[in-house]
Each structure stands twice: as structure tokens, then as C-alpha cells.
Design a protein around this ligand. Structure first.
Ligand code: ADP
Length: 520
């Protein structure tokens, strides 16, 4: 399977679900926030509802008490109602009127001035002006359900205003009254509603009571700033007031928005991690596949590399054995070929053995101090003829007088130099010029081989030092090799605190350089 295919399959397997999930999440995020917002709004509604309910419950409780005294203690009704007025602290007066709407009893808060209260006639007028409400109250009372109706009343020649809560009261005899509680609304707010609101108020949520006509806040201890009202409702029983909710700090929309963005960032972050994960997996697979491919090539290359010199050696040895060679010169030439090919074999086997020792962690170097120029000279002595034979022109820029002392393993360094010269020969075409140079540069000793061969592309220059790696394009394809030489050189140089570098241009040639720390 090609790497591209694997990449695509990986993306399909891992990334597609992730992308679908992301799209889905982004889609539902907004919905989720909307739901959260809705739930929150409903809760705010419930709070407002509960305050309204509280006002109603308390009022109903008072009406129940009045009803109780009508039924159980009619004789002392006036005193009992007086007590109700005192205890509640929010009722200014209680009256009972007959079914025709005529006030029969009128019990007032003795602390009140007379002109602060409506006259019995004012009440009669109010009842007569609202026959529908009276009818409704009576009808409801038949169901056994206590209904409260609130009516505003204006009196004292229009100077005073109040609220009357009306309900139907009944004697055990079946006699029915329209009962009314004249409510002191500001007392009602301060005694009944504000304690309830104080319970509800939290750091984040404040409830306020406002006058409908003026928008003035009544519970001033938690004052609302201008324009911060989030939701408001009229108070059922006292429409001249409304309750409103304010949120401290971030609004729920801001909060939802913030959560939305945070989730979005989180999702993208997770996607990014998945993406990086996929990329790493893909890279690993790709590297593994390459290595597998390179190992397979290595086996076939090594077999070829071993067979070629062996068959040459056998052929020339047999020819010599059968005494078929006529001239001494030819004989010498054959012996030389056998020698060279054995040399090549030894070199190849050395590389493979070195490599397997390094892989097994068993490679050891025996370092000694020597002159690098000496080793180069030894190698050249062996190789000069070989190079000449192959038509190479060697430009030797080594200064034998110069002492290049290094502390190294002689065999390993010899292998490294041979490998470099070998490569220069292998990867040259018609231009068979080689230049060999050594010397001192700052605190380093260097050795370099320059060829005018096929060169190496920039991308490949980084990879050629990897084990088994061989440039697989163009001419190189025809040249056999194991892909081990440069990786061995790199390892050897690292083990000697040195390094190997390359400068190369495709089609123009390469210069490989070994750099050692100088020994003093
Ligand atoms: P091998 O020569 O056995 O293939 P090496 O490790 O010595 O293995 O080299 C790795 C690869 O680097 C070679 O296959 C070749 O593509 C490239 N290479 C090495 N030396 C040269 C050079 N002097 N000129 C061009 N290419 C080179």
C-alpha cells in the first residue's frame, strides 16, 4: 500500500468522525445555550410567580381568619377584626356589606386619622360601581373556592387612594357578606413582600419592587442601577406595583456566549490534538514503511554486491589455474583483479559486520593518537592503482609535512576514508576528477573528498546518513550499494566527537568532509 493511501485511510478513520463530531457540536452548542437560557428565563418567571403567590397566600390567609371569626365567634366579631387589623399591620380597615352592597360593619385601625380612610358611603359606591365583580365573587363562592378581587378606591374628594381586597364571607346560617380589607399597600410591601424578597436575593440575583406609575423602587436596600431590569411582572393583587429581577455581574446571555466560545475553543483544541496525533502516527508508519522497503532493498543489494566480486574472483582464478593465460602481464593483471575484488569483498563484509555490531551495541573503538595524513597515505597507496585503472584523475592536496594529530580508532577511520573514496568513485560519471584534501581549520582536523559526479539533492542530503537510505532517482539506481556506508561514517564520527558534512549540487558533484577535534 502506498503511503498516500495510508494517509488518506488514516484521515478517513480518525479525522472524519472528529470533524463530524465538531460540526455536530458546533450546531448543537447554540441550541444548548438556548435551552439553558430558556430554563433560566423560566426560573426567573418562577421567582416572580412565587412572590405573587406569596402576596396572594398571605391575603387569603387573612380572609380565612375573618371568615373564621364570622363562623366561630360572631359575638365578638368587632374585637376580633380589630385584632386582625392590629396583628397584620397592613390592613387599615375591614368591612362587611350585605349582598346588596350596603356596608353593615366597618372596623377601622384606631391609629388612623378619619380622612385617611374612605367613608362607608365611599365603599357602598365602590361596590355599586362594580356589580360584575360582586356577581363573580358570589358565583365563585358557591364552588367553595375563596376568590379575592382587588379594586382601587379613591376618596376624600379624590385626594386619597387605597386598595380594597374583596371576597365573599359566609355565616353558618348561610348568610353571605361581601367582606373587604382596606390594604395599606406600602405596609403590605414592607411587611409581607420585602421579607420574602430578602430570602430570594442572592449575590447574583436581585429582586426589586417598583411603583408602576413612577417606576420608583420601593425596597431601596438593594437598589437597581438604571436599565438593569431583566424581567418584570405586575403584582396580581396590587397592580400599582410590579416586581422586577436584576442580575449581578454577567448576564445569562453573556454567560451563555462565553460558554459557547469556550466550548468552541475546546473543541478546536481537541481537534488540533487529534490532528497532531494523526500526523505523528502517519509519520511513524511512513518511516516504518520506508525502513521496511530499505531493508528489502538492502538484502537484494547485498546479495548482488557479494555475488559480483565472488564470480569475478572465481572466473579469473579458474582461468589462471587452467594456465590459459599467455603473457605474464595478463597474469599480473588477473592477480590484481582478484586482489581488488577480494579487497572490495572485505570492505563490504567489514561494513556489514560493523553495522551489525553497532546495532547490537557491541562495537568498541580502540583509540590511539596518530597522524591522520599517515592513514590517508596508506589508503591512497592501496587505492591509487585501482583509481587509475578506472580512469580517475586524483588531485592530491595532502601536505605530508603537516602533522594532523587525532585520537581515534585507526581501523574505523580507515573504513570511513575508504567509504568516502568508494562513494566518490561509484557516483561519478564521465567527469572522473577527484580531489582529496586534509588540513587544520581552527581547532579541527579535516579530511575531504570532492568529486564531480551526480551530486545529491538538498532533500536527500539530510537523509543519506540514515541507515539503508539510498537515493532512488536517476543514475543512482544503477549503482549497487547497501546504504550503510554513510550511516557508519556518521556513527564513527559521533563516537570520535567529530562529525561528517556534505556539500553537494545535483549534477555537479559532492564534497564530503570528516571533521575531528584536534589532539594537542
Ligand atoms: P551506498 O553507497 O552503499 O548506497 P552510502 O550510505 O554510502 O550507501 O550512501 C548513501 C547514498 O548517498 C547513496 O546510495 C547515494 O545515493 C548517496 N551518495 C553517497 N555518496 C555520494 C556521492 N559522492 N555522490 C552522490 N551521491 C552519493
Amino acid at each position: 500500500m502506498t503511503q498516500k493511501k495510508i494517509g488518506i485511510i488514516l484521515i478517513l478513520i480518525v479525522l472524519t468522525p472528529a470533524l463530524f463530531y465538531t460540526a455536530y457540536e458546533i450546531n448543537t452548542l447554540g441550541e444548548n445555550e438556548l435551552i439553558v437560557n430558556q430554563i433560566f428565563e423560566q426560573q426567573l418567571d418562577a421567582i416572580l410567580f412565587s412572590i405573587n403567590q406569596e402576596a396572594w397566600n398571605v391575603s387569603k390567609n387573612w380572609a380565612d381568619r375573618i371568615n373564621y371569626f364570622l363562623t366561630k365567634d360572631y359575638e365578638n366579631l368587632d374585637e376580633n377584626l380589630q385584632q386582625v387589623i392590629e396583628k397584620t399591620g397592613a390592613i387599615n380597615a375591614i368591612f362587611l356589606s350585605d349582598s346588596l352592597g350596603q356596608v353593615q360593619r366597618y372596623i377601622i385601625d384606631p391609629a388612623m386619622a378619619r380622612d385617611e380612610l374612605p367613608l362607608a358611603d365611599d365603599l357602598n359606591l365602590l361596590l355599586n360601581q362594580n356589580p360584575n365583580i360582586i356577581k363573580l365573587l358570589f358565583r365563585r363562592s358557591k364552588t367553595g373556592y375563596l376568590k379575592l378581587e382587588s379594586l382601587p378606591i379613591v376618596f376624600n374628594a379624590g385626594k386619597n387612594k387605597a386598595i380594597v381586597l374583596l371576597f365573599v364571607a359566609e355565616r353558618p346560617s348561610g348568610e353571605k357578606f361581601i367582606a373587604g380589607m382596606l390594604i395599606n399597600t406600602s405596609n403590605f410591601v414592607s411587611r409581607v413582600l420585602i421579607p420574602k424578597i430578602t430570602q430570594i436575593n442572592t449575590e447574583r440575583l436581585r429582586v426589586g419592587i417598583f411603583e408602576t406609575a413612577t417606576d420608583k423602587q420601593v425596597n431601596t436596600e438593594t437598589e437597581f442601577p438604571e436599565g438593569a431590569v431583566h424581567d418584570k411582572r405586575k403584582i396580581w393583587l396590587f397592580p400599582e406595583y410590579y416586581i422586577a429581577i436584576r442580575l449581578e455581574g454577567q448576564s445569562i446571555e453573556e454567560l451563555a456566549q462565553w460558554r459557547f466560545y469556550r466550548s468552541l475553543v475546546l473543541i478546536f483544541f481537541i481537534d488540533l490534538i487529534i490532528l497532531i496525533g494523526v500526523w505523528i502516527i502517519y509519520r511513524n508508519i511512513r518511516a516504518e514503511m520506508r525502513l521496511t522497503q530499505m531493508k528489502a532493498d538492502f538484502v537484494s543489494n547485498v546479495s548482488h554486491e557479494l555475488r559480483t566480486p565472488l564470480s569475478l574472483i572465481r572466473m579469473f582464478a579458474e582461468t589462471l589455474e587452467l594456465n590459459r593465460v599467455q603473457t605474464e602481464n595478463k597474469k599480473k593483471e588477473y592477480y590484481q583483479i582478484i586482489g581488488q575484488e577480494s579487497e572490495r569483498l572485505t570492505h563490504l563484509i567489514n561494513n556489514i559486520l560493523d553495522f551489525s555490531k553497532i546495532e547490537a551495541g557491541k562495537k568498541q573503538y580502540h583509540k590511539e593518537i596518530f597522524d591522520l595524513n599517515e592513514v590517508i597515505k596508506d589508503v591512497l597507496r592501496l587505492y591509487a592503482f585501482h583509481l587509475q585503472n578506472k580512469g580517475f584523475h586524483l588531485q592530491n592536496e595532502i601536505n605530508p609535512a603537516e602533522k594532523l594529530k587525532i585520537n581515534a580508532d585507526k581501523d574505523a577511520i580507515t573504513e570511513a576514508i575508504i567509504n568516502l573514496i568508494d562513494n566518490a568513485v561509484k557516483y561519478s560519471n564521465e567527469d572522473k576528477r577527484l580531489r582529496i584534501k586534509s588540513g587544520l581549520f581552527q581547532d579541527a582536523v579535516y579530511f575531504e573528498v570532492e568529486d564531480h559526479g551526480i551530486g545529491i539533492g538538498i532533500d536527500d542530503q539530510k537523509k543519506i546518513f540514515d541507515k539503508f537510505y539510498r537515493v532512488s532517482t536517476g543514475l543512482v539506481h544503477d549503482v549497487k550499494g547497501t546504504g550503510l556506508g554513510l550511516s557508519l561514517i556518521k556513527y564513527i564520527m559521533e563516537m570520535h566527537n567529530g562529525r561528517v558534512s556534505v556539500e553537494s549540487h545535483l549534477g555537479k558533484g559532492s564534497t564530503f568532509r570528516l571533521i575531528f577535534p584536534k589532539e594537542r
